[in-house]
Design a protein around this ligand. Structure first.
Ligand code: ME8
Length: 628
């Protein structure tokens, strides 16, 4: 017997904030593929986990006054809880703060050192903390914002260890040529090829300005770059190097499923790291597109709209999973909207699927005392129907195998369309009236067999409703690929269960209102007027000694003279970049002392949980101008 294994991974998610529909999207799609492969007889290992080191996590923990480890424990717990709620069937869950993982990272990096691929040098350049990514001067514009996420970059200058990534340019290009399937979809492969053809630069792989990471072997002043640490999860989780039997069973990974923004790490950096230590490369990296929600980028301010739990509780897991595959063309960017979800539920699921099941089982209940009859004679129309259904199933399998998931779902819907058409064309209610019970048996049996096949095709995507359909059809074995191969897999006579509608139709209108954010604590204008807001020009700005949070600013506030303000913005700004800016302050706040330094007021800044931006004015205005 041939041993069929399938090792699939999701990115390991940063625990700086709660999971949202974006992270759920990748995990759900990975779960669908994992379930499909199990259905097809593969021994599947499905891995997900959390990425817990680095500056971004440290900042998020510090901002909440928590120690990073307990912060990570709490957040990792929330990810696990969500995956359970979403019915995710992962076989492993890796955390980069696991002791074993950290040891493997050191082992791996030591091997790279021994192979002469790491040297010490100086890094001077730009860094995006939210993306944990270095950017070369020639990759960024004069605005100095991250080309990936658009947020402000930090200039860093550190003594670092470097990985000789440049050395692997040729070998990677060669691998891409020999394995055209390595990076998918094709247009993502081309993006990577372009980078490779431009030549690679060596990569800084350690940091010294903070400690939240895996210490560099023999040089613990350095912590290993969070991306190097994170990528190694894919092998540490399956036993490298301590359990080589398990490792060799599953490695190389068959599929790294990721979002498009981290393709470079997976399709260039990771394979080069593997080449450096002499391990085989993953078979496929698939970089899917990005979701927006109602046309907007996913961010915390969208509230409910990005919380997967909200959708699961309201519509159920199956509907959410179906919608994500059906409406977001897998591989491309797409928009998630509750309105479209409801439309798909009502038309594709409640009408085309649930209703057909209902109509068919109701007739079996009525005319055959709830016992599925054996089919009798088959004519041309019946044979054509069977053939068309079997054809669609073949196409479904091919599309699933090549990760054309949205197109595969379309094939299932086509089987439903064909079945509805067959039902309407054969008019079983007329056959019943004519008391042609032999023909009626054939028709009802055929529709049930098609519905069984639909349920099995849907089983990786909508496991709960598929189980329900199988049970209603009296099919008590596990769904398996054999059901795809031949017609007539339903036993008869067998008891069927009519049951309640498979999917309930929903309306969005009134419920949407409930979820709109309510403003509480309203104040009247007089209360607002008590606060005196003024513009102020920043004359100088410097860090408060011994504080990693505070910056002291000297401000020109026009008629109010000069003011000194202390603000907790050091993590987000190089102080000197603020000089010359016109900002907004609360001028009538009682003075206070912060770390022994007097602050005569407060500046205004916006925070979204990850970033902080000081408020400035739109164009020229005198310092000390009033604000209303
Ligand atoms: O990048 N649409 O973690 P992360 C679709 N820790 N998918 C989205 C999405 C959106 N709007 N937002 C997030 C990291 N995702 C690293 C990975 S792997 C060794 C280290 C999904 O928490 C998508 O899969 O920022 C994306 O690649 C991933 O979440 C990023 O998760």
């Amino acid at each position: 017997m041939i041993f069929l294994k399938f090792y699939i991974t999701t990115p390991i998610y940063y625990v700086n904030s709660d999971p949202h529909v974006g992270s759920a999207y990748t995990t759900i799609v990975a779960d669908i593929i994992a379930r499909y492969k199990r259905l097809m007889g593969y021994d599947v290992f499905f891995l997900t986990g959390t990425d817990e080191h680095g500056q971004k996590i440290l900042q998020a923990a510090t901002a909440l006054g928590k120690d990073p480890q307990s912060f990570c424990d709490e957040l990792a717990g929330r990810f696990k809880k969500l995956w359970t709620k979403l019915g995710i069937t992962n076989n492993g869950f890796i955390r980069t703060t696991d002791e074993n993982h950290m040891k493997v990272v050191q082992y791996f990096v030591r091997k790279m050192l021994q192979n002469g691929d790491i040297y010490k040098g100086e890094y001077k350049g730009w860094y995006c903390v939210p993306c944990e990514t270095y950017w070369n001067e020639d990759e960024i514009s004069t605005e100095r914002v991250c080309p990936s996420c658009g947020r402000e970059l930090k200039y860093i200058s550190e003594q670092n260890y470097f990985f000789k990534l440049s050395k692997y340019t040729g070998a990677l290009l060669d691998h891409y040529r020999r394995h055209p399937e390595f990076v998918q979809p094709d247009f993502r492969r081309n993006e990577m090829l372009k980078i490779l053809e431009g030549g690679l630069k060596d990569l800084s792989i350690t940091r010294t300005t903070f400690k939240w990471g895996v210490p560099m072997p023999d040089d613990p002043e350095h912590v290993i770059y969070v991306w190097v640490d994170a990528l190694i999860n894919y092998i540490s989780a399956i036993g490298y190097p301590s359990d080589l039997e398990n490792f060799n069973r599953y490695w190389p990974a068959d599929l790294h499923l990721i979002g498009k923004e981290i393709n470079r790490f997976h399709s260039i950096v990771w394979p080069a790291m593997l080449m450096s230590v002499g391990l085989p490369l993953p078979k496929v990296v698939f970089a899917h597109g990005w979701l927006t929600v109602d046309g907007q980028k996913i961010s915390k301010s969208l509230g409910n709209a990005i919380d997967p739990t909200y959708f699961v509780e309201k519509y159920g897991n199956d509907v959410l999973r179906f919608y994500l595959l059906r409406d977001i063309n897998f591989g491309k960017d797409g928009d998630f909207s509750e309105k479209n979800l409801v439309n798909r539920l009502n038309s594709d699921l409640a009408n085309d699927y649930g209703n057909l099941l209902h109509r068919t089982l109701a007739m079996i209940e009525k005319h055959y005392s709830s016992t599925l009859p054996a089919p009798a004679d088959s004519d041309q129309i019946d044979e054509k129907f069977k053939e068309e259904v079997q054809g669609r199933i073949k196409e479904y399998q091919k599309l699933m195998d090549e990760y054309s998931l949205t197109q595969a779902v379309e094939k299932i819907l086509e089987v439903l369309m064909l079945s509805n058409r067959y039902f309407d064309e054969r008019k079983p209610w007329v056959l019943a009236k004519q008391r042609d019970f032999s023909k009626l048996a054939t028709v009802l049996y055929n529709v049930c067999e098609a519905l069984l096949k639909v349920a099995v095709m849907f089983s990786p995507i909508m496991p709960d409703s598929s189980k329900e359909v199988l049970s209603r059809l009296g099919f008590d074995s596990q769904p398996s690929k054999e059901i795809f191969d031949e017609w007539g897999t339903l036993r008869s006579p067998v008891k069927i269960t009519h049951g309640k509608p498979l999917f309930e139709k929903k309306e969005l209108v009134s419920e949407k209102k409930e979820s709109e954010p309510k403003m509480e604590n309203l104040i009247d204008l007089d209360e607002f007027k008590k606060i005196e807001l003024r513009t102020a020009r920043v004359l100088s700005a410097e860090r408060v000694p011994k504080s990693d949070k505070l910056v002291k600013l000297i401000l020109d506030v026009g008629e109010l003279g000069q003011r000194q303000i202390v603000a907790g913005i050091a993590k987000y700004y190089e102080p000197e970049t603020l000089v010359g800016k016109t900002i907004i302050i609360v001028a009538n706040l009682k003075p206070a002392k912060l770390m022994g330094v007097e602050s005569q007021g407060m500046l205004l800044a916006a925070k979204d949980g990850v970033n902080l931006r000081v408020l400035t004015v739109d164009g020229d205005i005198a310092p000390g101008a009033t604000i209303s």
